[in-house]
Design a binder for this molecule. Structure first.
Ligand code: ADP
Length: 625
């Protein structure tokens, strides 16, 4: 029989398949099953309009048979089947539908994941088979055709007997090599596993005949081998069911089985969309972060199905980074396996879906915050910093999505949202006050905190590294400015206090300048009337707060990171103020030493690292002798 040649483009793809180093060779089964399912769809749709096709839905199925001795795996269907011409056209070339242009770009190995993401159809079987036979007979025809190929050097087409309509594909599985075990694709457990993983929700039953050793009837210890036909797929996906028909336990069971988390999800989100894109989504907000969540090993994304066929395990494009903790499944009929190969179209559809999904997650989280505060706070403990990074990222582009989802601890002793903060503001308060530090305990030691509290203002505690950066990105909430209570420009003093400060600072200008020079690293030393206790504190001037400067200096490659411009404030109502004034007249050396010590005190209380601890200990020891 004369061998026919594959079309050139097909040859290239074939070559790529045969020599594939792709690690997910297993996807060939998914491809063949979905082809079978498509073929059944075609016949099924014909039966709806063509009375010559007298079949009911229940008649259809896909059969898998593994024969270990012959090393063959057979996938058969009772779908539309193919004539000799159709076999040549469909399997001799793949250059239809513009899909090839896209595939050609995918020839280099850096792009091999295209196989995993979009599938490459029938030819993927050459990743595991050294020879393939396709025996097919169209519905309503008496003539069967056998197409056979051993790969690159072509294929043959000949007339052949086939008892009934449909297609039967036989793969002659490759021999095992040192690094590849192809035999696994003949194992019952492996086939079950692959069908579950990739094709569980195919609408037609996928059956397999299995042999079981069972007790012989009427005997107690005699066994016989009996054949049984199992259906391997569950056909109706849980996300296609009406959510009222699914119990929370069923959702939780699906979640933990699918996403390997044994803690119940904090929230189940179901979405059916028929607007810009038609899709169904079932998503979960986990109660805790997976152990690798904050590492680069974590794979963000949703599982993507096209009408019940999994086409991507983790589609990152469906989730924005700041909702990266959401797990789930998205199934769209707009993304048939065929359509998905056309990259552009695929992209646009996906973007529409991603936008709808983002909106849904946002509204569900807001609802959760309202309806189940305890669960929301627990969720926020696990994932809050992801939301705050989201606020900060892309120059604040997502702030409208995220600003009402973040919580901060505060002087109220509990978590508050920005909305709650503003609602609780008294008359005469226009700014939102916050303090940044390493922990709530440290923040509560800040001398300025008491001063702000005593005016009846609530203060947000920013204890996450990202917090102050995120708040700065927000600029304002609901028209209210954010103010750092350790900023020099805080301006909460009363008019009387301000007058007293002006007066004192004016009178002591020379002395304060002397102290500034003595300390060296501050931009000014000033008297303050608004501190209620403690002798000193630090406040920062300008854009960068001391906490932000500290965080920047911790980052890798931080040499040359900007430093905050700091003012040393001295409580003018503290007895130490008077002492300093006296020293300026009688012992300036001592005043210089005291200035350094006071600066170190202010650093300690403000959580700022001491630059020269050796000098400080010497200064303090000096006080003792
Ligand atoms: P795709 O499925 O993306 O079109 P394939 O290479 O997998 O690409 O298949 C090429 C064509 O062969 C299909 O479009 C279909 O027309 C035909 N085909 C493949 N498998 C079957 C089958 N089991 N029954 C009928 N037709 C099939």
């Amino acid at each position: 029989m004369k061998k026919k040649q594959f079309k050139t483009e097909s040859q290239k793809l074939l070559d790529m398949m045969i020599n594939s180093i792709y690690t997910h060779k297993e996807i060939f089964l998914r491809e063949l099953i979905s082809n079978a399912s498509d073929a059944i769809d075609k016949l099924y749709f014909r039966s709806l309009t063509d009375s010559a096709v007298s079949l009911s839905r229940a008649d259809y199925s896909i059969f898998i048979k593994a024969d270990k001795a012959a090393r063959t795996l057979t996938i058969s269907d009772n779908g539309c089947g193919m004539s000799a011409e159709e076999l040549e056209r469909n399997l001799g070339t793949i250059a239809k539908s513009g899909s090839f242009d896209f595939k050609r770009e995918g020839m280099g190995d850096e792009n091999v994941d295209i196989i995993g993401q979009f599938g490459v159809g029938f030819y993927s079987a050459f990743m595991v088979a050294k020879k393939i036979e396709v025996l097919s007979r169209p519905y309503g025809s008496e003539v069967g055709t056998l197409w056979a190929s051993e790969g690159i050097d072509g294929y043959t087409v000949s007339e052949a007997e086939k008892a009934s309509f449909g297609t039967e594909i036989t793969l002659y599985i490759k021999d095992d090599s040192e690094d590849e075990r192809y035999s696994e694709f003949l194992e019952e457990y492996r086939i079950r596993e692959l069908v579950k993983k990739y094709s569980d929700y195919i609408r037609y039953p996928i059956k397999m005949t299995v042999v079981r050793r069972e007790l012989k009837e009427g005997t107690e210890d005699e066994y016989e081998e009996r054949e049984r036909t199992d259906t391997l797929n569950s056909m109706t996906p849980i996300w296609k069911k009406n959510s009222a028909e699914v119990t929370p336990e069923e959702y939780a069971a699906f979640y933990s089985e699918r996403f390997y988390d044994f803690e119940k999800p904090a929230r189940v989100i179901t979405q059916k969309s028929e607007g810009g894109a038609t899709f169904t989504a079932l998503m979960f907000v986990p109660s805790r972060a997976p152990f690798n969540f904050y590492t680069k090993d974590f794979e963000r994304g949703l599982q993507l199905y096209s009408s019940g066929v999994m086409i991507m395990e983790s589609c990152a494009d469906l989730l924005p980074d700041y909702f990266g903790f959401v797990r789930g499944v998205v199934d769209s009929s707009d993304l048939s396996l065929n359509i998905s190969r056309e990259l552009l179209q695929h992209d646009r559809q996906l973007r529409v879906m991603a936008r709808a999904i983002e909106k849904k997650i946002k509204s569900e989280l807001e609802k959760m915050m309202r309806e189940d505060r305890e669960a929301y706070e627990k969720f926020f403990d696990a994932f809050g910093s992801v939301l705050k990074y989201g606020l900060y990222s892309d120059f604040g582009a997502h702030k409208d999505t995220l600003k009402d989802l973040v919580l901060f601890p505060s002087t109220s002793g509990k978590y508050v949202s920005l909305k709650e903060y503003v609602e609780a503001m008294g008359e005469g308060q226009s700014a939102i006050y916050y303090a940044a530090g390493d922990s709530a305990e440290k923040i509560e030691m800040l001398p300025q905190l008491e001063a702000v509290k005593s005016r009846g203002y609530e203060v947000l505690y920013l204890t996450d590294e990202v917090d102050e950066f995120a708040i700065r990105m927000l600029e304002k909430y609901d028209g209210h400015e954010f103010k750092n209570i350790t900023a020099d420009a805080l301006d909460i003093s009363s008019e009387d206090e301000k007058a007293a400060e002006r007066d004192e600072n004016g009178k002591r200008e020379e002395m304060l300048l002397f102290m500034k020079e003595a300390v060296g690293t501050v931009s000014a030393v000033r008297f303050s009337a608004s501190l209620s206790s403690g002798p000193v504190c630090l406040s920062s001037e300008g854009e960068l707060s001391t906490q932000m400067a500290k965080i920047l200096s911790r980052m890798p490659g931080a040499e040359g990171a900007p430093e905050a411009s700091v003012v040393l404030e001295i409580n003018m109502n503290h007895p130490i103020a008077e002492r300093l004034v006296t020293l300026y007249d009688v012992d300036r050396d001592k005043l210089a030493r005291y200035a350094k010590i006071l600066y170190a005190e202010a650093c300690l209380i403000g959580g700022i690292p001491i630059n020269n601890p050796k000098e400080l200990t010497e200064l303090i020891s000096g006080l003792m002798i």
